[in-house]
Design a protein around this ligand. Structure first.
Ligand code: ADP
Ligand code: MG
Length: 598
């Protein structure tokens, strides 16, 4: 759409770029400039009045009006008048004035009256980067149904929004009607998704692939879950197009994303696939799984310890971000596992490295941070999304909230688990004592555990040796004391229990990630949430919820969605109207109305 220079200037000042966004800047109040012959006390009201006298005092002006619409006099008061205000009141003049009308013991007054000309209408007042009257004129001149509809906004929604800017009756902004509220939600989301989709670029793909995953799946020692199959089929359809795919596959810890990765590599085998993982352990694990379940592929593992060799001989290249510093051969497919663990910069680097001229490889990102369905729908404006909402086998994890008085019992439990050859993870919130408020830090707590138990390992986020510590622990450890670093998707098959100290300080998604560390292979698992809080509904609810997607919704409800949105959503924006936990239907409508290509 073309804007005039004036419109563009105002848009820039308001920091918007469309009429729909302008429509979202709603008035903060209204002035009823209709003439009423009934005096309504305690209200802003219009009078049609003749000035009878003006009296100037030190800090105020008093004006006696004869209000023709009421048929009696009314006393005007201006406190601390500015010079320009004086000129509005000349004895004998008849004009329209607007102000707060009050009555006390038969005497009526109008406070801070001001001369108005724009009478007969309900006039919106705006608070924006433009002066209220400038904004009013701008909106009245430009905000039309036509302008909104041309942008693609639903006509009914647009009409509803216009009633806020061109009201025919007095509206209360504190009690907006459901239809108005829905129109605001709709438009807010419409604007957001439109911005997202304008960022979506289509590139030709380097390679198409029409190979089916079915022959490969047949040879697996288990049957793929329905959700795994759905995700794989989404990807198979992507590969059949000559547009390069950009898809995010989201599934809880243990939902079997690796199989989707391997199926994708299989379908792209003769066109080469590259897979990047956030840690050496994870890359190693993926490499081993590739050798086991995808033996047709010539796979290689690349870490910062591997020698520089010609990678073009391999059709499945698996590695850490060491890959970013290698010369990579042309590939039809690039995948990133645990993508939420990489910085945007690293992801972009990878993207660029494998981009060949105008064409791009298909790009798949795998994430273990479940997102609410609504958010997934919104994200489809710029990226395709597959959700794996089930796990191949039910994990049996008992979650409970514990307190100081339960410590002896906890010790007993830990002792028993270790006796049975199982491992225990203790998560402490902080490393340095100075930061500690009401819980022990790792450094303070480790002594106790090291004195009372054997084979205790300790690591934390800044620990350079943490990968090695995790490897050593997995082989011979009883207890691992760590911060949330263990969130990274490594597999510790003997881990049966996790104790999270100061659980209330962490987001539900993080708690869920930590809980997902135990019972990876069907072992009976335990998750203890240690807190000094006497009661927490949030933690109690968490104990009874096992699906990561449900937890993502809970996170939204408890308004801890900041975390959640940051990693996933482009803007991490906080919406003013729409509620992602409640408004699925509206999200659906906006999405349907936008006809986002799938
Ligand atoms: P994540 O989604 O966390 O990456 P993984 O891919 O590591 O999960 O899978 C977890 C475990 O489930 C692995 O041991 C894997 O071999 C196993 N697995 C994956 N898919 C299936 C399936 N369809 N049936 C049984 N086990 C499966
Ligand atoms: Mg995984």
């Amino acid at each position: 759409m073309k804007f005039t220079k004036d419109q563009e200037e105002k848009f820039t000042k308001l920091n918007i770029s469309s009429w729909s966004e302008l429509a979202l800047i709603i008035p903060h109040s209204y002035e009823d400039l209709r003439l009423n012959d009934k005096l309504i006390p305690h209200s802003l009201q219009l009078i049609d009045a003749t000035v009878e006298s003006v009296y100037r005092a030190a800090n105020s002006i008093q004006i006696t009006f004869f209000a023709h619409n009421f048929g009696h006099t009314i006393q005007g008061v201006l406190f601390r008048p500015k010079p320009y205000m004086m000129h509005q009141f000349n004895v004998g003049d008849r004009d329209y004035f607007f102000g707060m009308v009050e009555c006390k013991v038969g005497q009526c007054s109008i406070t801070m009256p001001k001369k108005v000309t724009n009478i007969g209408a309900i006039t919106p007042k705006y608070k924006s980067k433009l002066r209220s009257d400038v904004m009013l004129r701008f909106i009245q001149k430009n905000l039309t149904l036509e302008n909104l509809v041309v942008e693609g906004l639903d006509a009914k929604v647009a009409e509803e929004l216009l009633t806020l800017h061109f009201p025919s009756v007095m509206l209360s902004l504190k009690e907006l009607s459901i239809t108005t509220l829905e129109a605001l939600k709709y438009t807010e989301l419409f604007v957001y998704m439109k911005q997202l989709s304008s960022k979506k670029r289509y590139f030709k793909s380097i390679a198409k692939a029409s190979r089916s995953y079915k022959a490969w799946a047949k040879k697996l020692p288990f049957t793929l879950t329905e959700k795994q199959v759905e995700a794989i089929q989404d990807i198979q359809k992507d590969f059949a197009k000559d547009i390069s795919a950009k898809r995010m596959i989201v599934g809880d810890v243990g939902s079997g994303k690796t199989m989707v990765i391997l199926a994708s590599a299989y379908m792209m085998l003769n066109k080469r696939a590259i897979l990047m993982a956030p840690t050496t352990i994870l890359a190693n694990q993926l490499f081993e799984e590739a050798q086991k379940y995808l033996s047709d592929a010539k796979s290689i593992l690349v870490t910062n310890k591997s020698k520089k060799i010609d990678l073009s001989e391999y059709d499945f290249i698996i590695g850490t971000h060491a890959l970013l510093y290698r010369k990579l051969p042309k590939a039809g497919l690039v995948m990133v596992d645990e993508q939420h663990r990489f910085g945007t910069q690293q992801r972009n680097m990878l993207d660029k490295l494998v981009c060949q001229g105008e064409k791009k490889p298909h790009f798949l990102q795998f994430s273990a941070t479940p997102i609410p369905r609504t958010l997934a729908m919104i994200e489809t404006a710029h990226i395709d999304v597959s959700l794996i909402t089930s796990t191949p086998f039910k994990k049996d994890i008992t979650t409970s909230v514990i307190h100081k008085q339960d410590f002896q019992e906890l010790l007993l439990h830990i002792t028993q688990e270790i006796k049975q050859g199982n491992q225990v993870l203790l998560v402490y919130p902080l490393v340095e004592q100075s930061e500690v408020l009401e819980y022990q830090s790792i450094q303070e707590a480790r002594g106790y555990w090291e004195n009372h138990f054997e084979n205790v390992y300790v690591t934390h986020g800044k620990d350079k040796e943490k990968e090695q510590v995790l490897v050593d622990f997995s082989k011979k450890g009883n207890i691992l004391i760590a911060t949330t670093v263990v969130e990274v998707g490594i597999s510790l098959p003997k881990l049966s229990s996790v104790v999270i100290v100061g659980a209330e300080r962490l987001g539900l998604s993080t708690l869920h990630q930590l809980r997902g560390r135990v019972s990876r292979t069907g072992l009976k698992g335990y998750c203890f949430l240690y807190t000094n809080q006497t009661s927490s509904q949030r933690l109690e609810e968490f104990c009874h919820t096992s699906s990561g997607f449900d937890i993502a919704n809970m996170d939204l409800r408890y308004r801890k969605s900041g975390d959640l949105l940051k990693g996933i959503s482009q803007s991490g924006s906080q919406f003013q109207w729409i509620d992602l936990a409640e408004d699925e239907e509206i999200v659906q409508r906006v999405k349907g109305g936008m006809m986002v290509p799938s």
